[in-house]
Design a protein around this ligand. Structure first.
Ligand code: PHE
Length: 345
């Protein structure tokens, strides 16, 4: 037993305390564990040796406590380490901020282009009644777009808006011409989610109603938009189409620039966007149907108007060459980080 005490005495004496960490280590090893353990052996010591053993262990205890106290005091009184000189002229370390979502960037860009042409921004509800989403827009009662497959019905007469044209109706009902506004917003369609379609997406629609608004105004406005958005060399094509709320109606295609010696700025030469035709569709448009003007209390003899609508996801896919629109909603930081606020054509 004596050897054990001697051994521990040696260990306590040899232990190097150089900092707070080793001090704590010392306390736990000896004061908390080893000495009380040794004391615990008292039961097994023959009675006549108990006194001597007790004294030895007490001596050990004092030795350890003293070493601890002295070292602690030494460490506490140690002067603080000299810090390197502080340079107040150093530039600050910038906070790492996130980037705007690509759809936000595209929406802002679209809004900017039309704002410069005098369009204001109008907003509306995502839950609409049948009148504002369909009836006022000249949808015949049995039009296929009202079918359960395309529309999310909240109630018999209430839907999640399938397009932002509902905002156009509200605008025309509530304000007198001249009206010139665009309506960015979220829309809903009961479609399977694939690389090219989603049940929730974003649109920007536009409306201009005044005396003598003509198809030429519509074409010129959209020409300007396309050139600003996709670059001055982009070709634009109007293809006749059908929408219940416009007459005449058209869809706008832009050139895919396959023949550009620098390669196509949209698909990078892979032809997977235009399917080799050289044209990709970007929006629908037309002259507001007289029935729609009348439904909204606007005299269709006096006023005419044009309207257009485009999907923000589609423009973003073309602009950023994104092949799968599900990426926009997956919130994968590696995808989102690629979009900085800078804008380049
Ligand atoms: N509302 C149409 C759509 O969602 C787009 C559009 C708007 C077409 C205005 C013509 C005029 O597909």
């Amino acid at each position: 037993m004596k050897e054990k005490v001697q051994e521990l005495t040696q260990k306590i004496q040899d232990f190097q305390i150089i900092d707070a960490k080793s001090l704590e280590n010392f306390r736990i090893t000896f004061i908390k564990n080893e000495i009380p353990e040794l004391m615990g052996l008292m039961k097994s010591i023959p009675n006549e040796q108990k006194k001597e053993f007790g004294q030895l262990v007490n001596g050990l205890k004092n030795l350890a406590q003293e070493k601890f106290d002295v070292s602690k005091e030494k460490l506490d009184n140690q002067p603080m380490q000299e810090l390197p000189p502080f340079d107040l002229t150093l530039p600050i370390i910038p906070n790492a901020t996130g980037t705007l979502h690509p759809l936000t960037l595209i929406r802002q860009r679209i809004v900017d282009i039309f704002a410069k042409m005098g369009f204001s921004v109008a907003d509306g509800a995502e839950i609409e009644d049948d009148w504002h989403n369909f009836s006022a827009l000249n949808f015949p009662p049995n039009h296929p777009a009202r079918d359960m497959q395309d529309t999310f019905f909240v109630d018999e007469d209430i839907v999640l808006r399938t397009h932002t044209s509902s905002v156009q109706v509200r605008l025309m009902e509530n304000k007198k011409p001249p009206l010139r506004a665009i309506m960015p917003g979220r829309v809903f369609r009961n479609e399977a989610i694939t690389a090219r379609a989603h049940c929730i997406f974003h649109q920007v629609e536009g409306l201009y109603v005044d005396e003598n608004v003509s198809l030429v105004d519509l074409k010129q406005t959209l020409y300007h938009f396309v050139k600003e958005m996709f670059g001055q060399d982009t070709q634009v094509r109007f293809r006749s189409s059908y929408f219940p709320f416009t007459e005449v109606s058209a869809e706008v295609d832009i050139s895919c620039q396959m023949n550009n010696p620098q390669g196509c700025s949209i698909c990078g030469g892979s032809k997977n966007v235009c399917k080799g035709t050289g044209w990709v569709e970007i929006l629908g448009c037309g002259m507001v149907h007289p029935n729609v003007l009348e439904n909204c209390g606007i005299d269709s003899e006096k006023y005419t108007g044009f309207a257009f609508g485009m999907g923000i996801e589609r423009i973003a896919m073309l602009k950023y060459r994104v092949k799968d629109l599900r990426l926009f909603t997956e919130n994968d930081i590696r995808f989102l980080r690629q979009f900085s606020e800078t804008w380049g054509n």
